[in-house]
Design a protein around this ligand. Structure first.
Ligand code: ARG
Length: 457
């Protein structure tokens, strides 16, 4: 293994320890960021008088050549201990002793913390683009189904009628919160630790604000000991990732259920379903199932990093090296999941016949009758009791509660008048819920309008 240290050692590292501590196999993902960091750092060292401008140009040109070779380097990873050792060694191989000045006043500790923050910021920007595609897909689906009445469920039992757009926009809200969580994670990642060196700060007159600015950070970290030990931003990003994949999992579970031949509310397009190797008739929602399955591992990755950090004393400890394994996997899976989800949603086709059949089950208008009675002056708890009896009667007659003849309803409650008919349709039940957040088509249209304005679609 090529390494940056060794002066004080008489023996070489045991091969098992070499293998165990080698991180280039995964931290090569930081290559572009480490090169970018070194480039900016060489500028800072030039201002600090360590490099002449001519020397700076030579080292930076070398870093540029390394950047151009990233794909080849990744295709054939050398045995350098980690990405930081690799970049420094490549510069030294290229420009000789001049390259040996590059590490003046910095440590791999502030370097890895900076690289990782750059990685997280970039990944969140990528995730954001995918979240926007999901927003658009959900908005389009909702816009197409403002008039599609749909059974709302609690406990997966038919509860009250809604419009399908309302159900879909519920996920829009969840994704909005997820986007905010990622924005928070971004903000916390957006401070530059470079200049913290190993733990105590740097002996060199580095302009940390200038360094931060040239690396695209909004601010600098305030405490070098915190800066090299802090991985809160990693956990923030992992938590946000676990939440959005959790929401994807929930929606996919519904899509899987709705697309089952038993339910038949929707079909998912051929581009996102697969066949069976034995049963020729099958059309399976495999992609939705795979999406449903990601959330558990996401939480696992959050917990893995949380437990790496638990109990770590200040400042840098090598345990931290492994945070990257979990972070990279989680953020890449998040991007891939969002990408698939956004593309699958527009392939959904809605089968209104099956939905109408479901709407005529579960005594879906029972609560409407209770509210009607309450508005006629009967205390709601008593109204609830009376409607329970009506449901019993309907069950006995083999019909829905709202299909009982007026006379039967009236024998069970003298408060029932012919105007009950204004309450006993799915459309009426929906249109009455016209407050903010309710399922009335007017409310949904307003909500869609606000979204369209906010997103400038
Ligand atoms: N590969 C290490 C990591 O990812 C870089 C920092 C090494 N620092 C050290 N003092 N050994 O955390």
């Amino acid at each position: 293994m090529t390494k940056l240290w060794g002066g004080r050692f008489t023996q070489t590292l045991d091969p098992s320890a070499v293998d165990f501590s080698y991180s280039l196999s995964f931290d090569y993902e930081l290559l572009p960021y480490d090169i970018q960091l070194n480039r900016a750092y060489v500028d800072a060292l030039t201002t600090a008088g360590i490099f002449t401008t001519a020397e700076r140009d030579i080292v930076q040109a070398s870093l540029d050549r390394i950047r151009d070779r990233i794909p080849q380097i990744i295709a054939n990873l050398p045995d350098d201990e980690d990405v930081h050792s690799l970049v420094e060694r490549l510069v030294i191989d290229d420009v000789g002793d001049l390259g040996k000045k590059m590490h003046s006043g910095k440590s791999r500790n502030d370097q890895v913390a900076t690289d990782l923050r750059l990685y997280v910021k970039d990944a969140i920007e990528g995730i954001n683009t995918h979240i926007h595609a999901c927003f658009k897909a959900l908005y389009d689906l909702a816009s197409d189904h403002v008039d599609t009445v749909f059974p709302g469920f609690t406990h997966l039992q038919v509860a009250q009628p809604v419009v399908l757009a309302h159900h879909v926009l519920a996920y829009f809200e969840k994704f909005m919160r997820d986007q905010h969580r990622f924005a928070d994670a971004y903000e916390r990642a957006d401070q530059c630790p470079l200049g913290s060196a190993a733990l105590a700060g740097s002996n060199y007159p580095l302009d940390r604000y200038q360094l931060a600015e040239s690396l695209g950070f909004s601010d600098i970290t305030r405490n070098s000991m915190d800066a090299v030990s802090d991985r809160d931003f990693v956990l923030d990003a992992l938590y946000a990732a676990s939440m959005i994949t959790l929401h994807i999992s929930q929606f996919c579970e519904e899509l899987i259920l709705w697309s089952s031949s038993i339910v038949g509310f929707i079909t998912i397009g051929d581009a996102f379903t697969t066949g069976s190797s034995i049963m020729p008739q099958k059309k399976n929602p495999d992609i939705a199932e795979l999406l449903r399955g990601q959330a558990g591992a996401m939480l696992g990755q959050f917990v893995a990093v949380h437990e790496l950090i638990k109990g770590l004393p200040l400042t840098y400890n090598r345990d931290l090296q492994d945070d990257k394994k979990y972070l990279f996997t989680a953020l890449k899976t998040t991007q891939a999941s969002l990408n698939c989800f956004a593309k699958m949603i527009p392939t959904i086709r809605v089968n209104t016949d099956r939905i109408h059949a479901a709407l005529n089950s579960g005594h879906i208008l029972a609560t409407e009758i209770a509210d009607y009675l309450a508005m006629k002056g009967l205390p709601f708890r008593s109204a609830h009791e009376v409607v329970g009896q009506m449901v019993q009667e309907a069950e006995a007659q083999g019909c829905q509660v709202h299909e009982l003849p007026l006379s039967t309803l009236q024998t069970l409650s003298s408060h029932i008048k012919p105007d009950i008919h204004d309450w006993l349709s799915i459309e009426a039940a929906i249109s009455k819920k016209n407050g903010v957040g309710g399922t009335a088509k007017t409310s949904i249209r307003t909500q869609l309008h606000h979204i369209k304005e906010a997103f400038k679609w």
